[in-house]
Design a protein around this ligand. Sequence first.
Ligand SMILES: *[C@@H]1O[C@H](CO)[C@@H](O)[C@H](O)[C@H]1NC(C)=O
Length: 223
Amino acid sequence: MIAIVSAVFLASVLIHGTIAQSYPPPIWYFPFRVTLANGQGNADPSRTTSFADNVFVDIDLTQPFSLMSWISVSDIGSTFWRAALSIESPDATSALFRIALPPNQMNFNVAWMQSAQNRGGAINTTVVAPGPNVQFHLAMVKDGNAIAFYMNGARTSSISLSSQIFNPANFVASQKQVVLGRTRLDGNTDRSQWNGILRDVYLFDFALDDAEVEEEYQATLLE
Ligand SMILES: *[C@@H]1O[C@H](CO)[C@@H](O)[C@H](O)[C@H]1NC(C)=O
């Protein structure tokens, strides 16, 4: 266990360059870039271009967490929902938590489950994706029921969830995954495919403060 933690920490330091943070490393990260050029909604499952890690994340979604990614969206005028980031479990019919762009909109929508079968809600945020084809760093920091948003390292706005995020208790059995570029909806695992770029996705199991979000933004800026 200690060896695993050390390896993760070392990898984190290497990925971020030579600067070691004063805060704990991410519990999950995707230090790559994927270009998702499908944008076909759920029309053709054989054309899936998304990423679901088979390494499950041991995170309690009722507790504070931080999720961030570099993002680019290639199409303003899509007629489909486009999901950038999801945290999913087969125990819930839809993503436990996900962030997506609605059809023909560039402001992010956040949705969550409040139980295995019931959606907690969906909120159209005031967080607007620049673009198309503009890369930006989006960070979300959840603390209690509040989620603060950061664009390129700077805090922009916040929302308040009307219920806590459903958290299947046994993470091994519930197989919580971070999923990039599509989302689970009403039992269908392959909805709302992203059209654009996702890179350097990080999940922390605590709430980063403003300076720490800025540090993450700077650390992943030039690649
Ligand atoms: C968010 O916007 C989408 C697209 O316009 C709309 O379908 C949906 O009802 C909105 N959701 C909320 C909670 O207002």
